[in-house]
Ligand binder design. Structure first.
Ligand SMILES: NC(=O)c1ccc[n+]([C@@H]2O[C@H](COP(=O)([O-])OP(=O)(O)OC[C@H]3O[C@@H](n4cnc5c(N)ncnc54)[C@H](OP(=O)(O)O)[C@@H]3O)[C@@H](O)[C@H]2O)c1
Length: 339
């Protein structure tokens, strides 16, 4: 046990359920008391926490695959930090750990749910992104859910984000015949082609997605990795070849919708083309974790796979980081760093 513990910790609470786009008024940064960890727990000083699109869903009071955030309680999410006090066997002060109590400066975490991570292998923030949840989502979604095969032509939306940028690069490294990405700025499009080795990319804000996709993939696509939904999904259904597969990973274009959003108008194409559209949750693919870490870790070490992070400094900017993520202000993984 360490003697001098901090006495208080700032933490973000959800104080109102957003209607449509969240605003800063829906959140409050509050002080909480810090005490020595109870038996079986550790006290962690969070160094980075993750803000993720799925958190928008947890702000609604609806039954889903993750429970809603409770009002006037600290929000949760991935975080990495340093253990500063331990009442648990096998975890020592100074250890670095990954856990699920982000959105706060200090977290008292049950030792059974922390994962020890090694900052000498990769920067700690990487365990929230390229070597963490979003990385596994990309890996499992492409290889397991979409049944990627060498020679496939792959289209990924949200391609400059955490999941999307990794999907495109894994497809390239695994022998895709063509990798196409869409993103929301010309600068992101340039990054995809010039840095990440995509064969083609386009800015979905410039022209209809269907037209731009047809131009980028004149022979069609075998795999669509969907991070966006809406117009992107409809365009992909049109461009998918016979027996094409889509991993339906996210539909960020509708997370702030206040009314039910229409489905793809061309869904009937699924029949004749015998398409497979498969939803996914990363939590179902934990068994792939060792293979994922080994393979992606190797590509990172060799420099074959690149990644970006957009780090917002300071707990007080946590909500702005989340809102910025929804607006596309991030390139790669959006992280809040606590210094
Ligand atoms: N199923 C699962 O288990 C699982 C796990 C992790 C993530 N996901 C999903 O995967 C997707 C990507 O997540 P991520 O963590 O990697 O986030 P991200 O892509 O790093 O960040 C979100 C990006 O979405 C784009 N975006 C926002 N509104 C959009 C719109 N209306 N149309 C098109 N693009 C829009 C923005 O980029 P632009 O500048 O390009 O617009 C923004 O940067 C999300 O849909 C998320 O919910 C699912």
């Amino acid at each position: 046990m360490t003697a001098a513990l901090p006495t208080s910790s700032r933490e973000w609470h959800l104080v109102a359920r957003p209607q449509g786009w969240p605003t800063t008024e829906d959140f409050a940064l509050r002080e909480a008391e810090v005490t020595a960890p109870a038996e079986g727990k550790v006290l962690v000083r969070n160094l980075h926490f993750s803000v993720d699109p799925y958190m928008r869903g947890r702000m609604n009071d609806v039954k889903s695959y993750t429970p809603p955030f409770q009002l006037d309680r600290p929000m949760e999410g991935g975080a990495v930090g340093e253990v500063i006090a331990s009442a648990a066997e096998g975890i020592s002060v100074g250890d670095h750990v990954l856990h699920g109590l982000g959105w706060r400066e200090y977290a008292e975490v049950d030792a059974s749910v922390v994962v020890t991570v090694d900052p000498t292998i990769a920067p700690l923030s990487a365990y929230l992104g390229v070597l963490g949840m979003t990385g596994l989502t990309a890996y499992a979604g492409l290889l397991e859910v979409a049944s990627f095969q060498p020679g496939d032509a792959v289209f990924v939306s949200g391609a400059a984000g955490a999941v999307g940028s990794q999907v495109g690069q894994i497809a390239r490294l695994k022998g895709a015949s063509r990798v196409i990405g869409s993103a929301g700025s010309d600068e992101k499009v340039r990054l995809l082609v010039e840095e990440y080795g995509f064969d083609a990319a386009f800015n979905y804000k410039n022209d209809p997605v269907a037209d731009q996709l047809r131009e980028a993939a004149p022979d069609g696509i075998d795999v669509y990795f969907d991070n966006v939904g809406g117009e992107h999904l409809e365009a992909a259904i049109s461009s998918l070849k016979v027996r094409g597969r889509a991993a339906i990973c996210g539909m960020i274009a509708q997370y702030n919708a206040t009314k039910p959003t229409p489905g793809p108008r061309n869904l009937a194409l699924v029949i004749g083309k015998r398409l497979r559209l498969q939803g996914m949750l990363v939590g179902d693919h934990a068994a792939l974790q060792p293979q994922f870490v080994e393979e992606v870790g190797g590509w990172l070490a060799s420099g074959e796979l690149k990644y970006a992070e957009t780090a917002v400094e300071g707990i007080e900017n946590g909500v702005d980081a989340f809102l910025g993520l929804l607006r596309g202000e991030n390139t790669g993984k959006m992280i809040v760093s606590l210094g």
